[in-house]
Structure formats: C-alpha cells, structure tokens
Design a protein around this ligand. Structure first.
Ligand code: KG4
Ligand code: ZN
Length: 334
C-alpha cells in the first residue's frame, strides 16, 4: 500500500510517500516570505503553496523512487488550518486522485501531529497522553487508538508557540521568536521575574493571553524608568518567560496524567523542540515514573510524513473521502 500525502495547512508545503507504514520520502518547503511581516500572512501563504506544491510532490516521488501510477491512494490535510492554504493542497490532491483514479484520504492535522509518534521507534502503546504544542495549537489529548482521540484540554486563546513568538516579539526578537527565546533562556535566570501562569482551574485548559499582556505592561513600565532594561536583562527575561510557559504546560499535564492514570506521555508539535520543556518533562518523568515520547524534530514541525502516517491507519480502517471533500479550517479532533 503506497500513499502520497500532502500537507498545506499553514506555511509549510509538504509531500511524503509511505509504503506499508514505512516512510520513503518526506519533503518540506518552508515559506520565508512571512518573516518580514512578523507572522504568517494567509494570502501570501496560499500563493506560496501554489508555487511549491508541484515541485514538492515531484521531489517526494523522485526521492521515494515511486512513479505516480504506483500510488494506491492520495492523502491530504483537511484541517484545521488556513482556508486558502488548505484549498491549495486539497485541490491538488483531489485532482491527482481523480486523474489516477485512486482513493482519497482526508487527514486531520492535529491527529497527524500525534500519529507522528508512529513514524519511527520508539512508538508509544495505546492508550497514552499527548501534549500537542505548536504555533497554532495547544491540546492535551487522551489517545485511545490511532483513530479514537479525546481532547481533554486546550487553549482558550493563544497557543503555546504563539505565546513564545508574541513575547519574543515584545523583546524585539525577530519572527519566529520561539527558538531564539529558547536559546537566550539557556543563559538566563528563570526565577528572576515572575509572570502569571495560564493553567485554568477546573479542567485541563490553558490561557496564554494574560502572559503576553503581563509581559507587555511590565516591559513598558521598566523601559519607561530605564530605557536599556530589555537589552541588559534579555537572557533573564527569556528564561523567566520560558519558565512560565513550561510550568503552565507541565501543571496541566501532571494533573491530566494523575486523573487518567496514564504513564506514557508524548509531546508533539513544533514547541516540542523547546529545551526548557524537554528538560522539565524529563525531570517530571523521572519523578513520576512516566515514559516520555518525543518524535524527531522534522516530525514535530509541520510535515507530510505525519499526514501519511495518519492516512496509513485510515486506509487500513477503510476511512476514505470523496471528491466532494472540502477543507475545514476548524476541523475538530475526535
Ligand atoms: O508545529 P509548528 O512547526 O507549526 C505549527 O503548526 O504551528 O510549530 C511552530 C511553533 C512556532 O510558534 C515556533 O516559535 C515554535 O513552534 N518553536 C519553539 C521552538 N522551536 C519552535 N518555541 C519555543 N522553543 C523552541 N525551541
Ligand atoms: Zn501543525
């Protein structure tokens, strides 16, 4: 069973080929056009997807050594994501499936982030708990099987990656600020400044907009009194902000693990690269006897290999889409 998968939900155009669950190729074209705007510009993202989709698919087939007539199915991200971006991948996949007379598979991007754990060893066993943290999403999910997932907590406003990027921007760091803030945090004191945590009481939800506002007003006050405040305290500011975000994530993860009794804990999404989050999770795991799973970085950020992995499970379950498939920017995970 050979599947070609496409990913175009945000600002990465991806194509991957998978045969019987084994990844044969995984190509991603990242769009740099957004850097000058300090965030993803949806219209520019759609246009860049249009430019990248054919070369990326061609490269994925070539690297896999697979001709298009050898494909058994074409898979594509249906949502969630940016409508214009999803449309480009969706139309391409539908056209290709129609031309080749092969079945189409519609993949939920959030489910795919979680199933990225099955691309390579070590793979978690079902059921497990997954914290998906990216620029667009923050979700705590009980993963019962490849196709049965329950979202038990999520952000009610900004995603964790957005919290990193937006606070980094307030510190004057270029977009996307998350990785830069992480690097600077490594030499800073995480307990120097205290910011409000965003773990909502009651369930397992998160809120990160309060942190952004708190940092904004704090910096305004301090720089009014002493203009070089940010540059002279940059590492400590980064470390303190990172510590706040990581503590918030860990607090809800700890509560969810205790309530569900799950001891296999998985991280997914681009923020899984954060060194503070990784260290805190490993420390927590040691203390509580959790087994931790983090996919290799190229499978954490947006990629088509994870779309192919989800499509693989869906193909086995007979979960196919029709040519009437349309993108759903707010597609829910279930
Ligand atoms: O999963 P991803 O590539 O794209 C989305 O689906 O959003 O995640 C990108 C996000 C960005 O917000 C980026 O700043 C953040 O992940 N990120 C990090 C780090 N590496 C990537 N945030 C904090 N520390 C990092 N090392
Ligand atoms: Zn993503």
């Amino acid at each position: 069973m050979t599947i070609l998968a496409l990913e175009s939900s945000c600002d990465d155009t991806g194509a991957a080929v998978m045969r019987d669950g084994a990844l044969l190729s995984n190509v991603v074209a990242t769009q740099h056009v957004h850097e000058q705007y300090g965030g993803v510009v949806p219209e520019l993202a759609s246009r860049a997807h249009q430019q990248h989709v054919l070369p990326v698919v061609t490269a994925a087939l070539r690297q896999a050594g697979v001709g298009k007539h050898e494909l058994d199915a074409v898979a594509v991200t249906q949502g969630p994501g940016l409508l214009g971006s999803l449309l480009v991948g969706g139309m391409f996949a539908k056209s290709l499936a129609l031309a080749l007379d092969k079945p189409l598979l519609a993949v939920n991007h959030m489910r795919a982030h979680i199933l990225a754990h099955f691309i390579e060893e070590p793979r978690p066993a079902f059921p497990f708990l997954c914290l998906t943290v990216s620029g667009g999403h923050t979700q705590l999910v009980v993963v019962r099987s490849a196709l049965a997932m329950e979202v038990i907590g999520q952000t009610i406003d900004d995603a964790a990656g957005e919290a990193f990027d937006k606070t980094a921007k307030l510190l004057g760091l270029p977009y996307p600020g998350g990785p830069r803030l992480d690097k600077l945090a490594q030499t800073g004191n995480p307990r120097r400044f205290a910011f409000p945590e965003g773990a909502l009481p009651g369930g397992y939800d998160f809120s990160f907009s309060g942190l952004k506002t708190a940092v904004l007003y704090f910096l305004k006050k301090e720089t009014a009194a002493y203009p070089p405040f940010i540059e002279e305290n940059l590492a400590d500011l980064c470390a303190s902000i990172q510590h706040t975000i990581v503590s918030t994530l860990l607090r809800q993860l700890r509560r969810a693990a205790a309530a569900t009794g799950l001891t296999q804990v998985a991280l997914a999404g681009g923020v899984a690269a954060n060194s503070g989050l990784r260290a805190a999770l490993q420390a927590e795991a040691q203390e509580r006897g959790w087994q931790v799973f983090i996919p290799a970085f190229p499978f954490c950020t947006d990629n088509a290999a994870m779309i192919a992995m989800s499509a693989h499970f869906q193909y086995l379950a007979g979960d196919f889409a029709s040519q009437l498939l349309s993108p759903d920017p707010r597609l829910k995970l279930k």
